[in-house]
Design a protein around this ligand. Sequence first.
Ligand code: XMP
Length: 517
Amino acid sequence: TVLVVDFGAQYAQLIARRVREARVYSEIVPSTMPVAEMLAKNPKAIILSGGPSSVYTQGAPSLDRELFEAGVPVLGICYGFQLMATTLGGTVDNTGSREYGRTRLTVAKASSTLFEGTPSEQQVWMSHGDACSAAPEGFTVTASTELVPVAAFEDDGRKLYGIQHHPEVMHSTFGQQVLEHFLYRGAGLTPSWTTASIVDEQVAAIRAQVGGKRAICGLSGGVDSAVAAALVQRAIGDQLTCVYVDHGLMRKGETEQVEKDFVAATGVQLKVVDAADRFIDALAGVSDPEQKRKIIGREFIRVFETAQAELVAEAGAAGEDVAFLVQGTLYPDVVESGGGTGAANIKSHHNVGGLPEDLEFELVEPLRKLFKDEVRMVGQELGLPEEIVQRQPFPGPGLGIRIVGEVTRQRLDLLREADAIAREELTAAGLDRDIWQCPVVLLADVRSVGVQGDARTYGHPVVLRPVSSEDAMTADWSRLPYDVLARISTRITNEVAEINRVTLDVTSKPPGTIEWE
Ligand code: XMP
């Protein structure tokens, strides 16, 4: 394991991902964890992340010197670099000039462990106000910039390395190479963490946890629950039953995809509950987004509980053997709930496939250590269909929160058609992977005048909301090619009666969220 010590901001997750892209397993730990505890994890290397603090201010996160004396290779990045410098006797001060963004780095020593094979002048990404002016004793300065005399240093004997720039962001042209040099050359690690090894490891862990008992899994049609279910199925076969609640707010073809393609690929036992009427009835007359979300969440839990009770009953006397619930929890959720500072509640996110809190099940969470892209790779390794593995994110409450206004069957049908057309055209244009997702939103309470076939129309608009994003926390609106937009617009207005206008949302997040409700 490589430990990534998190000094705040969002750098640590990105670093952990880059290390894994180098096929080395990495885990994030908070900087408040005592050094003894970090070392007890027996790390093969430690990376100190950047962070928003300044090393010389009161109360800034610090590290026990012991960390640098344990014989474990350490790489300090940005704040981590400055902390390494000050802890070991170097000098860091406020130069008064900030370096932010793309910066030219000059490599001073071609034989450097970190920079070998990279150009003597290279573009890096900087983000700091303080700078290191003197390296600690025993260290060689390996790079500088116009403003910073000590932009990188290393002590190969002690296996300690530091860089001021952020190798984890793509604007650092040789960033990944520098990281890999630290991992392979500095720490002597080998790239052995592969999807096949993840599957083997998880299958063994699931078997050990579940034993001869039974497990159930809520399938949402999304990537995470599908891959979690497929992994557990690989491990325990028919001891697993999946439950899929069709709330009637799904997109076109989604239920069929789960019923046919997923089952065909995995052979999993599946129970499909058709609860569309129940959900749509419960949503009657409701326009408020938060209220819709709450209703959908509540109904989902009720239906899911009933299905569980039936399964337990079907298992007969051995009912108590149904002891495990499979969840598709991902690593970012785990990290965030570990150190979260209670962000404002922007929306009540509801994970369909999520669990009622008072259920007496032990959780099986085979994706707890994985990032989304890794989950997709595991899904591929398990032979899941592309349509499922490469699916774009879709909110648990489904189309229910993409109809601005009351949700009715007729409106759902309109939106399903429009959404299917947009998806078809984006796929045909080969844009699926370039965009994060493209919600289609029906403005059900808005009407506008149009003309079609020489006649007046008075229909509803839909909004296309294509966005690009890395993690959905922030997003930019996607600059889709005009011809693709034109095809989507023409087809929707031609093929979906009642929709006479297609508009494009050109708002980033923030200030807009990705979904409209
Ligand atoms: P927002 O609209 O908050 O969405 O910018 C961020 C991402 O989350 C998805 N989303 C949800 N996913 N349950 C989910 O499982 C929800 O209730 C939910 N609401 C939004 C949204 O599609 C986007 O990918």
